[in-house]
Ligand binder design. Sequence first.
Ligand code: FAD
Ligand code: DLZ
Ligand code: SF4
Length: 511
Amino acid sequence: MTTLRLILGDQLNAAHSWFRSPRPDVLYVMMEVRSETDYVRHHAQKVLAIFAAMRAFAAALQAAGHRVRYLKIGDTDNRQSFAANLALVAGECGATRFERMEADEWRVERLLDESAQALALPHEVFSSEHFLAERAELARRFAVKVPRMEFFYRDMRRRHRTLLDAEDGPVGGVWNFDAQNREKWPGDPPAPEWPWAGHDLTALWGEITAAGVETIGAPHAGRVRWPLTRREARAGLAHFIEHALPHFGPYQDAMSTRSTTLFHSGLSFALNVKLLHPREVIDAAVAAWQLGKVELASCEGFVRQILGWREFVRGVYWARMPSYAQGNALDAHRPLPAWYWSGETKMNCLHHAVSQSLDSAYAHHIQRLMITGNFALLAGCDPDEVDAWYLGIYTDAFEWVEMPNTRGMSQFADGGVIASKPYAGAASYIGKQSDYCKTCTYDPKRRHGASGRPACPFNSLYWDFLLRHEARFARNPRMAMPYKAWAKMDEGERAATLAQAADYLGKLDAL
Ligand code: FAD
Ligand code: DLZ
Ligand code: SF4
């Protein structure tokens, strides 16, 4: 009697109850497969980091006495898909039962259901024991027409006894310190170093390329600066709590050419592949506040990302898939400009955010939302293309979290399920939050005009976007101000702005 248990590349949760003690009747199977490397074109460092972390996890299981069958990408007997490899290994070991954890992605969940049917073995699905809200609860909790993150977050704070006062209200009297968290970063305090020194994965990179896997971005000769083990992830968490969390709040929305991460944690990869549990990350932040090492505004701002946003987007994803993936509420169909894959644009903000993403497989939230996402939104790029770009380029990109953030929050393609208004901004926003505009070819103050320092494309595209979607947004009270400002604008100025937008939209690749 052998039970075959599948562990996916983002299920590296050593604390899972499966692994409490080795069982001779259980064979764990892990596999590097072309079906997963090829369903979208991933960043080189993403494939490297996932495979290296998978291999380290398998080795740790074996060292702890568990039986593991590991299929490497270049193994000659690797059939390169979950279904075919499961059939192979089930045959090899004479499996009498198949067990797996819930897959986080809808696509993979379907694939594994089909695989289980084909195996025709008793099949059981376990929780991944990772998220704070169980999958089974999500359909009920997200059944409302328009779920709102703020209410979900307050509920999570109460359910998970986090940052509450004696009456179950929020410590500090308010649930949200966002208003205090919007400063531009002047360069001081200094931003901490990236927490992980890096691994030389040249040999693994050789295996990946020899197998013919096509990637984007810089492999840095196989060197990845991501945590590959739980120990490294824990060290990164400690580094963040000590050096970055104290300034996380105020500079949460800041952007700079001088720092990749600013005061962000870089923990999303470790969290998403489950090397870290969200509870331990939240507890570490709350403990730092209790010890007086960080202000409540920074601690709460960070906790909200994990206890709030991370769990919220997962709820929206599971409650609305598969139709969520088809959403294109703004009927956007333009291709993404070519420089999303090269960084070669004169727009300094986009040049910086895209180049950094290609180089490090990382961008912090506000770069993703207000630079790359904002431009695609204003230009009316097809959400399928935008999704594919985000799903490939970041090491932390898994569809359950990538899609609601991209299609929902940043592209408004879900028609306002995640965001109550579009995250559209012109150069005034970008200039206020960053140092990008100072050295840009374009003039952040101009709406139109090509002579001298040409007008910043974000400005005319912003107005063009608002007018294109006037019927949808003009009655939204949160959008009243810009529509009033447009109405007050002189006729000639309006015409010149829209003509400039049309000109830029006709040559997006050349901007
Ligand atoms: P920090 O700022 O240090 O935040 C701490 C943690 O909070 C993160 O590690 C992450 O786990 C969580 N978090 C923060 N914001 C969000 C959010 N909006 N949704 C879910 N979790 C959040 N995050 C991903 O993990 N994978 C993605 O594929 C992804 N795609 C995105 C696409 C777009 C268009 C946008 C706007 C955001 C996306 N995010 C995604 C959310 C967020 O940008 C990243 O989680 C964050 O930038 C990761 O960097 P960090 O670990 O330094 O985050
Ligand atoms: C993203 C990814 C990649 C590139 N490769 C593998 C792989 O070879 N084997 C594997 O088990 N998982 C891989 N993953 C992660 C999965 O594609 C998928 O995103 C998650 O398991 C679903 O949550
Ligand atoms: Fe970006 Fe416009 Fe500022 Fe240039 S001027 S950095 S294009 S917002």
